[in-house]
Design a protein around this ligand. Sequence first.
Ligand SMILES: NC(=O)c1ccc[n+]([C@@H]2O[C@H](COP(=O)([O-])OP(=O)(O)OC[C@H]3O[C@@H](n4cnc5c(N)ncnc54)[C@H](OP(=O)(O)O)[C@@H]3O)[C@@H](O)[C@H]2O)c1
Length: 298
Amino acid sequence: MCDTDARLEGKVIVVTGGSSGIGFETAKNLAKRGARVVIASRNETKLKLARDNIKEATGNSDVYYRLLDLGSLKSVRNFASETLSYEKRLDVLINNAGSVGLPDTLTADGLNLTMQVNYFGSFLLTFLLLPMLKSSAPSRIINSSASSMYIGHLDFDHWNDIGRYNFITALANSKLAETLFTAELDRRLKGTGVTANSFDPFVVKDTDILINAPEAIKEVSKFFINLVGLKKEEVGQQIAYIAAEPTLEEESGQHFKFCRKWLNHWLVSDTDLTKKLWEASKAAVNISNEEDWESSER
Ligand SMILES: NC(=O)c1ccc[n+]([C@@H]2O[C@H](COP(=O)([O-])OP(=O)(O)OC[C@H]3O[C@@H](n4cnc5c(N)ncnc54)[C@H](OP(=O)(O)O)[C@@H]3O)[C@@H](O)[C@H]2O)c1
């Protein structure tokens, strides 16, 4: 399953959350295929170690790290401008980083922390990198979703509220937003050569995703994950397949799971909702006139 002998020499790929778990395995798989890979997350010690491990395991020295905190719009803007300055092109953006069980609090940007880490941060990053993705076309965007999206709900008047959502609902809302954003991206990118697909890893063994979850949830989840979970290497290969497989070059607006096109959320076809999500997200992350490349396309 998900086997491809695609090579990626000359391609530049950004993997958020590439310092551990699924993102690390994805980055390693892509580096093995010859891509220039940039991994991005918050902890520099983890990033350095991950970069060195990837280089050693693949023999590819074209592997880099850059700091990125999706919970800070300033950090996302810094990361995007570094990418625009240091990279000549961007062939694949993999919005993989995410978190579960974060405190129910507002960020310095006034947004719900879980929503910002799992959705607004990658919305802003993608928006800022889209001109580069377009000029590098054919190019691909892959957004990490999760089965929790099916119980998510988007209420634009309350999506950043504190004290309203438990950590599972907050996660579900953020993953629903990421999936509907992918659908809207797909529609907006028609004819540009840039594709946008979402990906559900299912349940994955031996990652750090439960690090912030309450102890009781950790114990129950660990049992379930060990019983049915997939190996992280296998899931990394699934994402690498979507990123690299030549026959998927024009595949867009799909939701992938178990390496197949999977049943997407029913709301992806509600274009009024996904358009509203796009505009509300631009407002939430304060897209400036200078950043708003859409205004010059109108
Ligand atoms: N594991 C599963 O069973 C499962 C199931 C469904 C969906 N997913 C999704 O798959 C993705 C990867 O999860 P994983 O299991 O590989 O988890 P993981 O091992 O915890 O890896 C998460 C990665 O994201 C980074 N990250 C966390 N918060 C960040 C932030 N604020 N800014 C930038 N980077 C941040 C982490 O690095 P730092 O902490 O150093 O920043 C790490 O590199 C997530 O989006 C998750 O929701 C996982």
